[in-house]
Design a protein around this ligand. Sequence first.
Ligand SMILES: Nc1nc2c(ncn2[C@@H]2O[C@H](COP(=O)(O)OP(=O)(O)OP(=O)(O)O)[C@@H](O)[C@H]2O)c(=O)[nH]1
Ligand SMILES: [Mg+2]
Ligand SMILES: [Zn+2]
Length: 391
Amino acid sequence: MARRPGKKLPSEKGKRVRIDLRRNRGKPVAKKDWTRQVREHGLEEVDTRSGESVTAKGDLSRKRTVVVRAGDADPARFNGTVTAMRGLFAEVDDGERIWPCTVRRMLRSRLIAERHPVIVGDRVRFQIVADEQGRQSEGVIEEVMPRRSELKRVAGRREHTIAANVDQVVIVSSADLPPPKPHLIDRYIVACSAGNMTPVVCMNKADLDAEGSAATVLERYAALGYRTLMTSAVSGTGIQELGDVLRGASSVIAGQSGVGKSSMLNTLQPSLGLRVGEVNVGTLRGRHTTTTAELIKLEVGGYVVDTPGVRSFDITAVPRHEIEMHFLEFIDLVPHCKFPDCTHTHEADCAIKTAVETGDVHPERYASYVRMFTESDSRGHAESSPARGRH
Ligand SMILES: Nc1nc2c(ncn2[C@@H]2O[C@H](COP(=O)(O)OP(=O)(O)OP(=O)(O)O)[C@@H](O)[C@H]2O)c(=O)[nH]1
Ligand SMILES: [Mg+2]
Ligand SMILES: [Zn+2]
């Protein structure tokens, strides 16, 4: 993300050469099929394997023009951060401008095989290519750097990474419309803990919390030591504090559709003009107004990813016996269970269950643990159960 002083734009410095590329042997997939998948499942849900050979027109030609720096044997390579994914195109910020980039086929196959396609927040190395007219308008991502953090979820049996290299996740619920779902907060907290990010628990629509029940839910998390925020995008309550939380960090704003994630960011920085949707009064569900995860640079300093709301959010890559480690208040209690392999579900003399009875562990936190434990199979992956997806 940092600007590299003195770096010249490739147009000023590079010379173009033709290089051989391996012809794409993948079976072409009808574009309409991919478009249909995107429309039905959203960009994040589409299985990229099936759309692999669609948009990258460069993949279909044998030769491609790449920019070579004077004196360099190899084509020039640039470093950047992926700020958005649109179909098979990534937008990459090299600190000076945004480049639309495709992903090199070889890399794409490997990443897909490892179930980690290029995602927002990824640090990448890319090459600039020129089009038929010689314009250097596009890049090809050649390498994705190791990620220091990942926010993941599961949809059905498929694992999906939402964002990479973020420091913290602001887990947004709303006081009402839709009402808070503590279980969803707990799932996000486990995902943060497992993915190496700090959770911040935020309750938006404070203006609708007439009875203070949302504030009570928030206190539960404050008591556990998590940073909490009560905000209102409408009245402006807590928005300055939100700015303080986001300043200087890279953050993901996550939570159900309709809780006001985009609205909060608009109130913080009106120039963003993010699209905001209505909540369906019948189902109390948002309308999935935000459709792509995008990395946004904030005036207060820092970067934020406004994500599309999710209906289901599951932990992944957390073996079921490790789930307990991500419930902070369980950690000191676990050694006091009678059985060393206690799962805290059906066993006698379980320190966690005793703590629930004495009020030291909140019953809803315990219920969240049990639900996550029973829904996860022994390898830690979600089982596709018909109940999944309803929160
Ligand atoms: N009363 C009240 N309404 C709010 C507040 N924040 C957002 N809303 C309303 O909630 C609805 C949904 O807001 P969005 O910002 O689109 O919600 P979102 O979380 O970004 O939703 P998705 O993009 O679908 O995930 C809109 O009608 C907003 O006007 C708030 O603080 N108070
Ligand atoms: Mg939104
Ligand atoms: Zn136990």
